[in-house]
Ligand binder design. Sequence first.
Ligand SMILES: [Mg+2]
Length: 138
Amino acid sequence: MKILIVEDESSLQELMQLYLADYGTCDTADNGAEALETVERAIAADQPYDLICMDIMMPEMDGMEALQKIRRMEFRNTEESLPSVKVIMITAKDMAKDMMSAYNAGCEAYITKPFSREKLLEQIRELGLFDAAQTNCQ
Ligand SMILES: [Mg+2]
């Protein structure tokens, strides 16, 4: 499985890479704008991501704006029947309204910081991505 970790704190970026290394290939982006470019490149190369773990509070472009733009980009590509990437928002924003906005913008899951490895893996399992990871390994 192809994973993109979008997080402006490098220590957390590294921690998530460590958590997810056994489950796929991890790329990283430091902000929403970089994430958008990376996702666009992956789609153009016909190697789209399966999972994006995205922070909300980041410089240049925040995670909410990036999520909306990624969904719009996928919508423009529907003629090629592109499967949409699963997006887990991982954020310190723990208000119900923030969670609602994120789901409205098109995320599949929402995790509040601090979070455990188990919590993250449980969410990924619930999204049905571990089967895809196994298939890709064969
Ligand atoms: Mg942040």
